[in-house]
Design a protein around this ligand. Structure first.
Ligand SMILES: CC(C)(COP(=O)(O)OP(=O)(O)OC[C@H]1O[C@@H](n2cnc3c(N)ncnc32)[C@H](O)[C@@H]1OP(=O)(O)O)[C@@H](O)C(=O)NCCC(=O)NCCS
Length: 326
């Protein structure tokens, strides 16, 4: 049976680090509050003039090198991002050029923090149906230049970064076993950026009337996130005939350790099976899961045959899960 397997991962975090202590100087917050409420200790920040495709291309080069695949073998690049360099063209096209993947088609997919899970689901369908053999999935986002530092609710949560995975078809038991996606557009306004899209264009005439910051209802999102994470996890477990005890490593979207541990408690997952790296990266949107997978590989926490559960939730609202055998 043909399955879609991740054959290489890579990540890139911009070198500049903003610690919680640095944030104390920018907004009314404390290191203690941030760590207790979110688990975050620091975040990486891209320099002005750097685009999400710059981070994504570096992560992609590392994933290809780790997979032992040359750029001209890549047939499709899907970049999950909600902060593309330009409104158009896509970051995926810019990445295609930067890594020299001349034969690859390329497009962006915006499912916010669920983007990587959505993109892996698309790639899995395209590989198993025989449309493509080798697909590069990138998650890349730069959020720090969208934050208003004085809005402390959102200022403390996000960081910049990119992760990438190379996916190929392979006969056997290893690879993607099941995927599940969900969305709830009625709740779009729990987390959104009102200005800069087609509805409220930023231009000289209206700049004084626009709210340029991110709008977020933190508490409401928290509750929705826990419910959606559990729903997504339970759906792929059911589809694969597994129970939570069969999961070797749980790699959740890194939005908040309290969300992650509430979900784990509800699902009955012990802490040693949960991968958490939010302390050093904060929430890097579509990049959190591929960065976490790459960290897990580097730390030797993933071995061939392990059952890995990916679960994500984000603006949209969107959510989803992937069960795979590593
Ligand atoms: C944002 C979030 C961390 C806030 O944590 P919380 O425990 O819900 O905190 P609350 O909003 O209830 O606020 C508690 C208090 O802390 C204060 N506070 C909020 N942000 C603060 C900050 N950065 N620093 C210090 N104090 C802060 C509030 O003003 C409030 O004070 P009050 O009790 O005097 O009114 C949390 O709701 C969350 O993580 N939500 C999900 C957000 C998310 O993940 N978004 C991305 C989705 S992919």
């Amino acid at each position: 049976m043909l399955r879609t397997r991740i054959v290489g991962t890579g990540q890139y975090l911009p070198p500049r680090i903003l610690t919680n202590a640095d944030l104390e100087k920018l907004t009314d917050t404390t290191d203690e509050w941030i760590q207790q409420r979110t688990g975050i200790k620091q975040r990486h920040v891209a320099d002005p003039g750097v685009g999400s495709s710059d981070l994504g291309a570096e992560a992609a080069k590392r994933a290809l090198a780790n997979a032992g695949i040359s750029p001209d073998q890549v047939e499709l690049i899907i970049c999950s991002t909600m902060t593309s360099d330009y409104l158009f063209p896509s970051a995926a096209c810019l990445i295609q050029d930067k890594i020299g993947a001349k034969r690859a088609a390329a497009y962006d997919l915006n499912a916010a923090c669920s983007g990587f899970v959505y993109a892996v689901t698309m790639a899995d369908a395209l590989i198993r149906s025989g449309v493509h053999k080798t697909i590069l999935v990138v998650g890349a986002d730069i959020m720090t230049n969208r934050l208003s530092w004085e809005k402390r609710d959102t200022a403390v949560l996000f960081g910049d970064g990119a992760g990438a995975a190379v996916l190929q078809g392979e006969e056997g038991e290893r690879g993607v076993l099941s995927t599940y996606l969900g969305a709830d557009g009625a709740s779009y306004d729990l987390l959104y950026l009102p200005a800069g899209g087609s509805k409220h264009v930023i231009c000289c005439e209206n700049i004084d009337n626009l709210d340029l910051g991110i709008v977020m209802s933190g508490r409401e999102l928290f509750k929705k996130a826990v419910a959606a994470f559990c729903d997504a996890a339970e759906n792929v477990l059911r589809a694969t005939g597994m129970t939570i005890d069969d999961v070797d490593l749980f790699v959740p979207h890194q939005a908040n350790t309290r969300i992650i541990f509430s979900v784990a408690e509800r699902l009955g997952l012990p802490r040693e099976k949960i991968f958490v790296n939010i302390d050093r990266t904060a929430n890097t949107v579509a990049a959190t899961i591929p960065i976490a997978l790459d960290d897990a590989v580097q730390q030797g926490r993933l071995k061939a045959g392990d059952r890995v559960l990916l679960v994500a939730f984000g603006a949209g609202l969107t959510w989803g899960s992937v069960m795979m055998r590593w």
